[in-house]
Design a protein around this ligand. Sequence first.
Ligand SMILES: Nc1nc2c(c(=O)[nH]1)N[C@H]1C(S)=C(S)[C@@H](COP(=O)(O)O)O[C@H]1N2
Ligand SMILES: [Mo]
Length: 248
Amino acid sequence: MNSLSRRRFIKGGVVAAAGAAGLGAADRIARRYGLLPPDAGTLYGLGETLTYGTQHLLLRHSPAREFSRSQISQRPFPNEIDKLPDEYKRMQETGFRDWKVQVDGLVSEPGLFSMADIRSFPARNQITMVACEEGWSYVAEWTGAPLSHLLGLVGAKPQARYVIYRSIQAPQWESIDMDEAMHPQTLLTYGMNDGDLPTGNGGPLRLRVPRQLGYKSIKFITSLTVTDKPPGLGGANPDGGYAWFAGI
Ligand SMILES: Nc1nc2c(c(=O)[nH]1)N[C@H]1C(S)=C(S)[C@@H](COP(=O)(O)O)O[C@H]1N2
Ligand SMILES: [Mo]
């Protein structure tokens, strides 16, 4: 069984078991173990709680599928983006020399990091899929620094539960839990298919979260906040069918 069908199988099984045991029981267990996702209170909250809770307990260390070079898509698909601010264009003209990422919140040493700083961190390459909730996908090779490295540098505190990340393209932001943030495949990426990350795909810096749907991989990252508070939903608007936890 590949990892995708295994996840579906596990999800189905646990949902069925929860149905038999009573959904109230699932909710109580999720509360007890601190596994309520930020959208637990919304219309689809119970389903989201079950999905998040089961995946978290069973699959929190499991990797996203990595592909071989020959599976890289001929034309990586840059999804349409809203207009970028003039500030972006100014920084682009000087090769993003002045691009800064602010890191704050529950950390011992908040700081500002330049692209040169981030490029000096230990790098990782991985060939993964961007899967959009609208049904299309592509495979590309991504180069970047594990987010875990940056979180280690700033000294994320033990009570940290989530990382919020924001784009220069306000109001684009999302959040992930600490397991996702510390996962070795969660990368601050600046390279794609042997070149710099193109603007359309989020250059100069994009957080790739390959274990979740495309909308969690926010482009043009300018700040990160470590927190112990449920962070709200970002673009994960339940009315639009977007779940906060978008595991694939
Ligand atoms: N800043 C920003 N990040 C974003 C988006 C966006 O519009 N702005 N779109 C998201 C969505 S819905 C998807 S599916 C992916 C698409 O990534 P791609 O353009 O590399 O195909 O980017 C995500 N990150
Ligand atoms: Mo998307």
